[in-house]
Design a protein around this ligand. Sequence first.
Ligand SMILES: Nc1ncnc2c1ncn2[C@@H]1O[C@H](COP(=O)(O)OP(=O)(O)OP(=O)(O)O)[C@@H](O)[C@H]1O
Ligand SMILES: [Mg+2]
Length: 462
Amino acid sequence: MKIKSLYTKFTVTTIVIMIVSGLLAFMYSNFYYQQKLKPQNDEKNTVIALNIAEYIEENPHIDLEDYLSHLATVGYQFLVLDEQGEEQFFGAPFRDKTLPSQTKDSVLKGEFFHGILEFPKETFITGFFSNELMNTIGVPVKQGDQSYALFMRPDIKMLFNEMHMLFAWILIVTVALSIIFVLVGAKYLIHPISKLTRATKELSEGSFSIQLDIDRDDEIGNLASSFTNMAQQLKKLDQMKNEFMSNVTHDLQSPLANIKGYVNLLENENLSVEERANYISIITSETNRLSILSKQLLLLSSLEQEDGFVHKNLYNLSEQLKEAIYNNQWLIQERNLMVSYSLKDINIFGDSSLLYNVWENLLTNAIKYNVENGEIKVTLEEKLDFVYVSFTDTGVGFSQEAKEKIFDRFYREDRARTRSIEGSGLGLSIVEFIVKLHDGEIMIESEKGKGSSFIIKLPREA
Ligand SMILES: Nc1ncnc2c1ncn2[C@@H]1O[C@H](COP(=O)(O)OP(=O)(O)OP(=O)(O)O)[C@@H](O)[C@H]1O
Ligand SMILES: [Mg+2]
């Protein structure tokens, strides 16, 4: 509906522009005719009339009638008037033969009549073509002792007829062709827009596989290719969302099923104390899992949703790293790990609670994916305007293929092996998010079976 009106608007506007410019051009040429061409035309014809008069005077013996009929055949119209008031016409007849008798008398008495110049302005440019006696040049002529008044004008019809028609045809054909081209051209311009509109509608209804066969290298072509691009991105996002949802449901489902199962088992009154304690500890750890997972999901969604989520302030980074190590002390001891650190006293401008999540996850990863009696090294140093935090472990490491995926949500290398190690696979994706929010970078090095190293580079005043 809208598109139809765009098409109509476009064509109507163009045609109106054509008409208006036509009118303006006509008015201008009319002005030009009245100001310039009319006086010139009058002057030119006066000179011709005077030449004729002079020739007649110098040759008193030529036959006036004969001479004027000859001239008429090459494109002139004449009226000759003698002192007795007798009128004789030569050449094509005038359409209007009115001429005031004073004019006739004054020319007979020797004055000039500039009818072409005086012809009324209201006739516009068409005055030029007006076949009227008023639109002539009048000059006095003497032949012997007889005086005449000679009125003449060029026979426009005869001189201009063919050109006249030719120009009229050129004009008509130009106008007709322009209108046709405007109609067709507008279709060509507007058709892709209707296609795009249809595609937008399809997209809003949830179908992402859009094929737009718009192959143009103008703005509309650009728009179409950005549009297809956008549709593909949306499709990817939609797939990611679905995957995410199924991961979340799975990760919620399995601890819940476990909890339910062990709660059922607890209902049995004949359980030994050890069995009971064992079941309760499983239920507790599954509840913890659920609690951590929901916290991570909450953090991820708030990171994604709010732009103004980051609250930065200046704080001591080495203190924070020590705090993270201290808070995980019991885990470190449980696994018999050796932690060493070399932390330069550095202040950084950043969101301390978000960055704490980063250190905490990198540290727990270094603990979780370590080997019994393994080592962890944490360093903090600065170079130019950047600070570098590194976590190096002597743990299980990971493969090159895994390196590309560990930042994906829910990705956990070797699900079977890591099942005994708690985690959801969201940790590193949160880390990546927060580091990006601080305009930082993550560098990783790892070798399977030897250990890994995660280095975070942050601008000091991110
Ligand atoms: N230091 C490391 N050494 C070896 N593998 C690692 C290390 N850090 C991460 N990984 C691998 O990358 C995967 C993703 O890590 P990530 O921190 O995102 O999840 P997680 O630790 O399994 O769970 P979560 O952090 O959400 O509790 C891990 O499952 C593990 O396979
Ligand atoms: Mg982790």
